[in-house]
Design a protein around this ligand. Structure first.
Ligand code: HAM
Length: 428
């Protein structure tokens, strides 16, 4: 029996991979303009990092990690997200000591979560994320939000909704936490086992429970906004005023809590509207995580970032029929007839390629007709035909496949001739 691909993973084949490259290019370009630099961190880390970083009461840590023991008996985990790893790298490499501050980083790479696979929920997925470490200025919150909204805009996505909330500082959170415990405790037996567990450990997460979402106590739960300290309130207002100044529409939702433990102050999600998109409408999530660097053993450092999956961005583009077509045409197909011409063809494609021209030839001993068909399938812009006769007089026949125009070119001039054609074609 043929071996199957693991559940929740996918092969990205030629034809689809061009969309990925296009999206990644947009991310690189945007990060260059916003001055975020790329960081590449390992695909696996010590399990301890995620227990401390992501939080041991979260779904990710409790149910979704790919954790294994290596041959040396260490517990390692395939990274379920990037923030903990980037923060760890920031501490390990003492990036806080660098002259350029804040430290503004981005990453694009696979993450792994043992989730129930469904549309838009994979076990291996690729996140594009940014993390800005070392500034507690609300202007950087606005910058991170501007970057992600601009990213989707440049992809051509519409009907996006930016939802923001403030989870407040430590004092605000403690006061809110106590109010939540008092609110849920008398009737906690009516809630699922997970929520009963969360009551003491992390009552905020009860608000995010999918099973108990319709319980009447959910709607009447104390709002974080009633417990925000004056500083937290002022911070959140400043973030909002920057967004307004930048003309970035947003809605405030006091129930947005996010599924990871490290957040405080600004938390946000980007959603997409539309029936066609199915059940999953969250494209991106992020927020501020002052305190995470310390948790991981570094100096007190504020941080904020987001992550989004490229899979969901592509799904949204498909749902909105906004996925661009990618031109995969090659420049030149070299058709040869006879043994001597075939050998010369090997040299010709080599020379053309070295000169920056994309070139292909036949490797299946096809007849002339078959070679022309292959050229057609590759949407070759030119075919170069080399037969025994042409070879004898040191010439090739070059055909422009779009106009049908044919020219004889000296073999020794072929590369410079094709360069001119290709460059001229690219200018028009
Ligand atoms: P998250 O909300 O867990 O946050 O994930 C962020 C985004 O990753 C989601 O909005 C979604 O686009 C994508 N995603 C998550 N799980 C899956 C999945 N199973 N399949 C496909 N896509 C998925 C974080 O990961 C935080 N590290 C974000 C952050 C960065 N906060 C601050 N900095």
């Amino acid at each position: 029996m043929a071996i199957q691909i693991p559940r929740g993973t996918q092969d990205i084949l030629p034809g689809d991979v061009e969309t990925w490259q296009w999206i990644e290019q947009k991310a690189y370009d945007l990060c260059r303009r916003y001055n975020y630099q790329e960081i590449r961190v390992p695909m696996f880390e010590h399990t301890e990092l995620f227990l401390r970083g992501v939080g041991d009461t979260t779904d990710i840590v409790q149910k979704e990690m790919y954790t294994f023991e290596d041959r040396g008996g260490r517990s390692l985990t395939l990274r379920p997200e990037g923030t903990a790893s980037v923060t760890r790298a920031y501490v390990s490499n003492k990036l806080y000591g660098q002259a350029n501050q804040p430290t503004k980083l981005f990453y694009i790479g696979p993450m792994f979560r043992y989730e129930r696979p469904q549309s838009g929920r994979m076990r291996q997925f690729v996140q594009f994320g940014v993390e800005a470490l070392g500034s507690a200025d609300p202007a950087i919150d606005a910058e991170v939000l501007a970057l992600v909204m601009r990213f989707y805009e440049e992809l051509g996505l519409k009907n996006l909704k930016l939802v923001i909330n403030s989870l407040g500082d430590t004092d605000s959170r403690l006061a809110h936490r106590e109010a939540l415990v008092n609110h849920f405790k008398p009737r906690i037996h009516e809630f699922c086992n997970d929520c009963q567990d969360r009551l003491e450990k992390n009552p905020l997460r009860i608000l995010d429970c999918k099973k108990d979402r319709d319980h009447e106590l959910m709607g009447t739960a104390p709002s974080i906004h009633d417990y925000l300290s004056p500083e937290s309130k002022a911070y959140f207002e400043k973030v909002q005023s920057y967004l307004t100044a930048l003309n970035i529409p947003f809605v405030v939702d006091a129930t947005l809590v996010r599924g990871l433990d490290y957040y405080n102050h600004t938390a946000f999600e980007v959603m997409v509207d539309g029936e066609a998109f199915g059940a999953i409408t969250t494209l991106c999530g992020g927020g501020r995580y002052n305190g995470l660097v310390e948790e991981i053993g570094g100096p007190e450092t504020p941080g904020i970032g987001f992550a989004l999956s490229i899979e969901r961005a592509i799904m949204a583009l498909e749902a909105q029929q906004a996925k661009p077509a990618h031109n995969q045409a090659i420049d030149c197909y070299v058709v040869t007839l006879g043994e001597a011409a075939k050998d010369k063809g090997v040299e010709l494609v080599y020379q053309l390629r070295n000169a920056g021209i994309s070139a292909e030839k036949d490797y299946l001993d096809r007849k002339m007709k078959g070679q022309l068909k292959a050229a057609d399938r590759l949407h070759a812009k030119w075919t170069v035909i080399l037969g025994e006769d042409e070879l004898a007089v040191g010439k090739v026949n070059v055909k422009n496949m779009e106009t049908g125009e044919q020219t004889d070119v000296a073999l020794t001039d072929l590369v410079s001739h094709m360069k001119q054609q290709v460059e001229g074609g690219n200018e028009s």
